[in-house]
Design a protein around this ligand. Sequence first.
Ligand code: HEM
Length: 428
Amino acid sequence: MNENQSLMHLFPLQRSPMAVKMTGMVLRQFLGQNIDRIQSDLADELRQSIDQEFGKDCHNWQSISLLEVMARVVLRATARISWGFPLCRDEPFLHSLGRLMLFQGGAMVVCGQLIPWFLQPLLSIFLKVPLYFARKKVWATTTTLTKEWLAQIEQEEREHISEKDSRVPHNVVTSFIRVSRSLRLSQNLDEEYLSTISNLFVLLPFMTTIPSSSAALLDIASSPPEIGLHQQLRQEVANILTSEKEWSDPTSFKKLRYTESAIRETLRLSPATLHASNREVIHPSGITLPSGQHLPRGTWVAASTLDIHNDEKFYPEAQSYKPYRFVEEQTNENGTSVIEREITQDTSESQQKIHMVAATSTYLPFGSGRHACPGRHFAVHLLKMIIAYIVQNYDLEHLDERPENLNWGEHILVPPSATIRVRRRMVS
Ligand code: HEM
């Protein structure tokens, strides 16, 4: 909860109503309705970066440090859809971006966990200074690009060139520019504002994808051999992603039911954060809970994700990793399950090209309610692409014991020392 408050001091823009509105629009348009425009790029970047990190040696096992490697894979994918070529392959830029990610995450934890709330407005200045320098390095490049794209979009508007015929690249940053222009935010249209807002959009959410993908791989590698998880996932991928055409079509990934179930199970046992739906009581006279307890205005409340995820009422054998759990739930007696029904209710845009992921009161990795993570559908899509490519192309050496997760402030992480051994599959 403290970390949530620290966000306001470290990144004041994040909670501004305009930033929230723009972020929602970019998410819907860029990562929702128009996801097929970036699908091929995303697939290409993920495959190239995974090959580079996991190696192409078909004869020897290679040990990889999970968090480090997944950070580089996710960073490149993020850079590809945010700024495109050549920045997504530019090593010094990626290095600065990685440092910024680490600083932002670290600053949130330090500010939220170590500084008492009443001193945060004052002491957060000491974190803002190194953050400023880390950001400056990244922005030196991205602000110039943003300025260039903004000028080009303005020029095309004057020439009545439609977005479809535009020569400006289609990416996260240009989507923010277009959204802000459609809202006629003349006062906010400078490149500094646009860089700040797209930087938050890009870096904060993608940080959660790194621990989640690492945890999913660790779970697969340490799953009991008798359930044949790796084989099951590999077979599913082989049946569905048969050619480049399927990889370039986001809807193909909706059919990966076993892969999705394994990912959901990982997020159940290893959610990115300890608490879901941190909320501040804002009613002037506070609220009174059904138990009679009164919470005055300004109190922060949250649900304990792990307590709910480990409750036998909701998840039989809750402590066990059961990667097929959600497939089984979807195919119960009447063919629909609680999760399926809630997904349907949750789906306002039935035309979605990627699977809708329910955020219910018993499944909380993405929070719940009005402010549940709006990026969850894309996040699970991205995780599916990562896992699908790895199980299809690499053997993972079985781990007898899964290393326990660590808590880092509010966050749940696989241990930084966690490694798995991988070997490229021989192509016949
Ligand atoms: C596995 C990856 C991810 C996890 C585990 C995750 C988890 C969460 C959680 C727990 C929240 C708080 C929800 C609440 O308060 O009820 C949240 C909020 C948010 N997430 Fe994610 N997230 C992920 C990926 C993403 C991605 C990829 C994006 C965007 C591209 C994104 C965008 C957001 C935004 C904008 C919010 C704030 C929503 C609001 O305050 O209304 N997230 N996320």
